[in-house]
Design a protein around this ligand. Structure first.
Ligand code: PEP
Ligand code: MG
Length: 586
């Protein structure tokens, strides 16, 4: 008799990173590959397609060699021998020649051709009894999975759904996110990650619930299963009972009523009781978020992360890019849109730019370093941005700046693009605001040197925290050390604001810290001029500011700067927040 299916409710707990509740079916994103679809490619794309193969083979080889070394170091030499076989299979010239010829002659996508050939080899071995040949089947499968994973990282086929889904995955990279049909995604439940991993940031930006660190979830829930995801409490409920569903419907009604109240005030400015106005903007990544940004009452887009649009189509021409940026600008006019130039590297990799995987990508070729190292590529983006600036207010800022030299170098390229475009007849506005992201400690402590070169600073606290405390923002193991209110971080923020005030340069904060409602009193007190946050948080943060006295906030910040303990500093800010707006705190 088949076992009786379990019908009782099952509760999973994880780290709540983006609030809200969603009820939908699950879609499990498998770690291994889905069978790739056949896709014709134009002859002009063949070389790029073959370069993808070369990169995937090189990256896989590196991965296998690293594994082999670590196994040998542990003294497990005989296991290390498996990798010799893997390397031979990986670089088998007959396989690679066949794939290259088929891609070239038939004009097909490389992942499909590679997968099809390897599957043929696997199928030939699958049914055999000979133990040696069965081992070869496993070896080929392993190699194929590795190569496909590297190829998949580079392909951009959209993962579409025919109904709303909650994505369940082991991890979710920015490249995974851009492949999802986001109009159908209602939430994320992920096995790994931290408050500031991009899956969390994107979920907050798209205003959908997300819960991370649900270990073991992928093996226990199945695609098509109906679940409830509670991003505020950090819960996923399998087989929710009628009672649970009723309870959640009630919570939903209450939340909606509160959101409606906040929404009614959303377009009002954020001015403290004693008259200090703070500009509250939204962060954006995708064109499909623009309507929500407008509805949120955001006064500007303080950070448009251009790398997500880039990852959707890395080959986009200058014309295509500028059309896209123009769409963003026109849909947000008259608001200022601050485009951040590409911040590739770190966890947002474009494998075609990185010739070799890096041992420490967050300390490697990232952000402005990539742009300055690849001037052709940088100019394509800057020219597209300047062309967009003819259609509405545009600001341009540079990511991962470590000192003033990089700002000067980037501005020189910007100027070169301006001169070229003006020569081509474009009427570029005389004044385009230029800013530097302050997210590396060396930039924070030399903000006074950078200030004369820029119109604004934008504090990228997600990185500033990770680099100043030396704590990887994605590493769960050290997540407790990742503290926004660490005294070292606070002093740097104050240093930057201070330099800004001296040089008449406004200071914005666009990291996730800016959307933390408990910390709004502290941030106002530290003297920030602007906060740019996930658009779902905009009405709440604006309302919080309206309930505060600037004077009390400054007094609080003076006290906070004297404290030595991150938790105490947070608690101090929370006390003022509780007094001023208890209804806005969870
Ligand atoms: C930051 O570092 O705070 C930031 C806004 O940039 P990102 O999260 O994209 O690195
Ligand atoms: Mg950053």
């Amino acid at each position: 008799m088949p076992p009786t299916p379990d019908t009782s409710e099952r509760l999973w707990r994880g780290l709540p990173v983006s609030s809200g509740v969603a009820e939908a079916v699950v879609h499990v994103l498998k770690d291994d590959f889905d069978e790739p679809a056949e896709r014709p490619i134009g002859q002009d794309k063949v070389d790029a397609e073959l370069a993808r193969l070369d990169h995937a083979i090189a990256a896989t080889k590196k991965e296998i060699l690293a594994l082999q070394t670590s196994i040998e170091e542990r003294g497990e030499g005989s296991e290390g021998d498996i990798f010799e076989t893997h390397l031979m299979l990986l670089e088998d010239i007959s396989v690679l020649d066949h794939v290259r010829k088929t891609v070239r002659n038939k004009g097909l996508n490389v992942d499909f051709v590679y997968y099809k050939l390897m599957r043929r080899h696997m199928e030939a071995l699958r049914g055999v009894n000979d133990p040696y040949l069965r081992e070869r089947f496993i070896d080929i499968k392993d190699i194929t999975q590795r190569v496909m994973r590297h190829l998949r990282g580079e392909q951009r086929a959209e993962l579409s759904f025919d109904q709303p889904v909650i994505i369940v995955a082991h991890d979710l990279t920015p490249s995974d996110t851009v492949q999802l049909d986001r109009s159908k995604v209602m939430g994320f439940a992920i096995e790994t990650g931290s408050m500031n991993s991009h899956a969390a940031i994107i979920a907050r930006s798209l205003g959908m619930p997300a819960v991370l660190r649900m270990h073991g979830l992928c093996d226990e829930v199945h695609t098509g299963e109906h679940v409830l995801l509670d991003g505020s409490e950090g819960l996923l409920i399998q087989r929710p009972s009628a009672e649970t569903l009723a309870r959640y419907r009630q919570i939903e009604a209450q939340t909606e009523a509160q959101e409606d109240l906040l929404q009614a005030l959303a377009s009002q400015p954020a001015i403290t009781i004693d008259g200090r106005e703070i500009c509250v903007g939204a962060n954006g990544e995708f064109v499909d978020e623009l309507d929500s940004i407008v509805d949120s009452g955001a006064e500007e887009v303080g950070l448009f992360r251009t790398e997500f649009v880039y990852l959707e189509d890395p080959d986009a021409s200058e014309d295509a890019l500028s059309a896209l940026y123009i769409e963003v600008v026109q849909r947000l006019v008259p608001r200022l849109v601050v485009f951040r130039t590409l911040d590739l590297g770190g966890d947002k990799l474009d494998p075609r730019l990185a010739e070799e995987p890096e041992p420490n990508p967050f300390l490697g070729w990232r952000g402005i370093r990539v742009s300055l190292g690849r001037k052709d590529f940088f100019k394509r983006q800057l020219r597209a941005l300047l062309r967009a600036s003819c259609h509405g207010p545009v600001g341009i800022m540079f990511p991962m700046v470590s000192g003033v030299e990089e700002v000067r170098a980037a501005k020189a390229v910007l100027q070169e693009c301006r001169v070229e475009l003006e020569g081509e007849g474009f009427a570029i506005p005389e004044k385009i605001e230029v800013g530097a992201m302050i997210e590396i400690p060396s930039a924070a402590v030399t903000a006074d040197l950078i200030a004369p070169e820029v119109d604004f600073f934008s504090l990228g606290t997600n990185d500033l925290i990770q680099y100043s405390i030396a704590v990887d923002r994605l590493n769960e193991r050290v997540a407790d050390l990742y503290q926004a209110t660490h005294p070292g971080v606070l002093r740097m923020i104050r240093m930057v604001v201070d330099a800004g005030q001296r040089f008449n340069v406004r200071t914005c904060m666009c990291g996730e810290m800016a959307g933390d409602v408990e910390l709004v009193p502290l941030l106002v007190g530290l003297g920030l001029d602007e906060l740019s946050i996930a658009c779902g948080q905009v009405p709440r943060v604006k309302q919080a500011i309206r309930k505060l006295n600037q004077f009390d906030c400054v007094t609080l910040a003076i006290e906070a700067l004297k404290l030595s303990d991150a938790a105490e500093i947070r608690a101090l800010s929370r006390v003022l927040a509780m007094e001023a707006y208890p209804e806005l705190l969870a």
